[in-house]
Design a binder for this molecule. Sequence first.
Ligand code: MG
Length: 260
Amino acid sequence: MIVLKSAAEIEQMAAAGAVVVATLAALEEALEPGISMRELDRIGEEVIRSFGGAPTSKGYPGTKESGPFPAAICISPNDMIVHGIPGDYEAQEGDIISCDVGVTLDGLIADSAATFAVGEISAEAQRLLDICEESLEAGIAAAQPGAEVGDISQAVQSVVEGAGFSVVRALVGHGVGRAYHEDPQVPNFVSSYRGPVLRPGMTIAIEPMITAGGHAVHVHADGWSISTDDGSLTAHFEHTVAITTDGQRVLTKAAGVLVP
Ligand code: MG
């Protein structure tokens, strides 16, 4: 069931989005060779709480085996695509590290991810990041009222595959709002699923997850982290987008400097 949001709810999601933006900026600034993923998580949680927010991922229910997600931020280096549990791993020069941040503020959620470079990275890794970001922008541009979810999927996929990269099939974007994951699903690839027509009040997280190799993935023994089967590098960018009467509004882009 798709839950439409009122104008006031969308404003509240934008307020949560501003906290997400501030958190991602702090993570990018702190990310340098030698910092542990656990320390990045600590910094991210501190920023979120300084604005009165709660990290949506922390305690998010998993399976019976995995238990709830134990950290504030999903941090996934290199061939890990998403849902990485921040631990002892220390960033190294040349890494690309995805940080996925959900913030709940007064009961409403915004969700955004970016993949950051650690120091100098290879030209191929940089191209992967650039194409992933470009595919997200294409997906956002396609998210017009009256379009179908499938139009977003097609826009993302054509940018990614046009560049010779692969789209992950096992994971998709989603509605977001009062729950972290709402209907509809927002795939990054075209299939028989075209999804619903986009209409004002819908709020969705568009999140291309792409690889430099194949699209096959596996879940690690922790029950959360997901990596490519072939060990290829991956990138992940995400924005929360509201469909409005006259277009779309990205709720997780910088709108000025927030002071906690
Ligand atoms: Mg998401």
